[in-house]
Design a protein around this ligand. Structure first.
Ligand code: SF4
Length: 332
C-alpha cells in the first residue's frame, strides 16, 4: 500500500484545568491516504473535533498543553514545527472546514475580500489576480452568478451557499488534505446531499485526502473508505468502511449503529446507548465504555485495554471481548 499522506501516532492532547491535567485526545493513531476519505465517528464530546484541532495545532494553549505523539506529513512531524513553519502548512496544504460557516466567515467583510485575503496570504496573488482566483474558486464549487456573490456579505447568503464559500476558501490552495468537521450537520437534508456530492467531486478532481468528522452513519456509508470510531477521547475501533459496516465489533460501535433512526419501524422507539459520554474530569477506569457496556466483565474495569484483531490487523477493536485468550469469561 502507498505511504499515507498523513500518519498520526499516539496523538495526545491534555487540558490543564484548575483541578488537574486531563487528556481530551488519548493516544489516537491512524493513517490517511491521498485521494481517500477517513471518517471519524462517535457521539459529541468523544474527542473527534479536538483530534482535528490538535492536528491543525489551533487549540488555545492554555488551557491545552502542546500535543504529543506524531503527526507526520511528508516526512515531517507537524507537532515539532515552529508556529511560523506551521502557518505555511495550515490553510494551504492542510485546510479545514467547520460545521458553522459563520465561525470561519467574517460578517463585516465581503466574500470577495475574504477569498482574496486567502489568495494573498497563501498564493501571493494580489489585486485583480486575487479576485480572479476568488471568482474561479466560487465557480469551482458551483456558485451561480459568482461575480455578483463576490460583493455579498456572509449574511446575504443561505446556509448551503455559505458552506460552499467555506469549501471554496479551503480548496483555493489545492490542499493535500481537507479536514471537514461535521460539514453538513447544520444544513437541510437536500443541501446536505449537494454539499457531500460537491466534496466528493472536488476530492476526485484534485486527489486530496479527506478527514471527515461526523456522527452520521449515513454520511459515513456514502463517503468513507476507512473509519475510526472514537469514544471518550480514544479510538476504540478502526477498519475499512466495508468491514466496519459488515462486522461492527466494539460494543460502542454496535450501539452507534443500532441508534440510527433508519433502523426504526414507524412509532418504534429509537435504540439508545444507556448513560452518557463521561466527562474528561471523571473518566471511568479501565475501558472508558464499561459503565455503559452490556457485555462488561471484571477485567474491563481496571487497567489498559489493548487493541485486538477482528479479522486481521487492518480491523481492530479496543475491547477484551476479542482477546483470544479470554474466551469463556464474558460476564462480570
Ligand atoms: Fe465492554 Fe469490556 Fe469491551 Fe469495554 S472492554 S467494550 S466494557 S466488553
Amino acid at each position: 500500500m502507498k505511504e499515507p499522506i498523513l500518519r498520526v501516532r499516539d496523538l495526545t492532547t491534555q487540558l490543564k484545568l484548575t483541578k488537574g491535567i486531563y487528556p481530551v485526545v488519548d493516544r489516537v493513531s491512524f493513517d490517511l491516504h491521498g485521494g481517500k476519505t477517513l471518517a471519524v465517528v462517535g457521539e459529541s464530546g468523544c474527542g473527534k473535533s479536538l483530534t482535528a484541532l490538535s492536528i491543525m495545532r489551533i487549540l488555545p494553549t492554555p488551557p491545552a498543553l502542546p500535543s504529543t505523539g506524531e503527526v507526520i506529513y511528508k516526512g515531517v512531524n507537524l507537532l515539532k514545527l515552529s508556529e511560523k513553519e506551521m502557518r505555511k502548512i495550515r490553510g494551504a496544504r492542510i485546510a479545514m472546514i467547520f460545521q458553522d460557516p459563520m465561525s470561519s466567515l467574517n460578517p463585516v467583510y465581503t466574500i470577495g475580500q475574504q477569498l482574496s485575503e486567502v489568495a494573498e496570504l497563501h498564493l501571493e496573488l494580489y489585486g485583480d489576480e486575487a479576485l480572479e482566483k476568488s471568482l474561479q474558486a466560487l465557480n469551482d464549487v458551483g456558485i451561480t452568478n459568482a461575480a455578483d456573490r463576490l460583493n455579498d456579505y456572509p449574511h446575504q447568503l443561505s446556509g448551503g451557499m455559505k458552506q460552499r464559500v467555506m469549501i471554496a476558501m479551503a480548496l483555493m490552495c489545492e490542499p493535500d488534505i481537507l479536514i471537514a468537521d461535521e460539514p453538513t450537520t447544520a444544513l437541510d437534508v437536500t443541501i446536505q446531499a449537494q454539499v457531500l456530492e460537491l466534496m466528493r467531486h472536488l476530492q476526485r478532481k484534485k486527489g486530496m485526502a479527506l478527514l471527515l468528522i461526523t456522527h452520521d452513519m449515513g454520511v459515513v456509508a456514502e463517503m468513507a473508505d476507512d473509519v475510526i470510531v472514537m469514544y471518550a477521547t480514544q479510538n476504540v475501533e478502526f477498519g475499512s468502511v466495508q468491514r466496519i459496516f459488515d462486522n461492527r465489533s466494539h460494543p460502542y460501535t454496535q450501539g452507534l449503529f443500532e441508534s440510527r433512526p433508519q433502523n426504526q419501524k414507524p412509532k418504534q422507539r429509537l435504540h439508545v446507548i444507556k448513560g452518557t459520554v463521561p466527562s474528561i474530569v471523571d473518566m471511568p477506569s479501565g475501558c472508558h465504555f464499561h459503565p455503559r457496556c452490556p457485555y462488561v466483565m471484571e477485567i474491563c474495569k481496571t487497567g489498559e485495554v489493548p487493541y485486538f484483531d477482528i479479522e486481521d490487523a487492518e480491523h481492530q477493536a479496543k475491547c477484551w471481548l476479542f482477546d483470544p485468550h479470554l474466551k469463556g469469561d464474558r460476564h462480570a
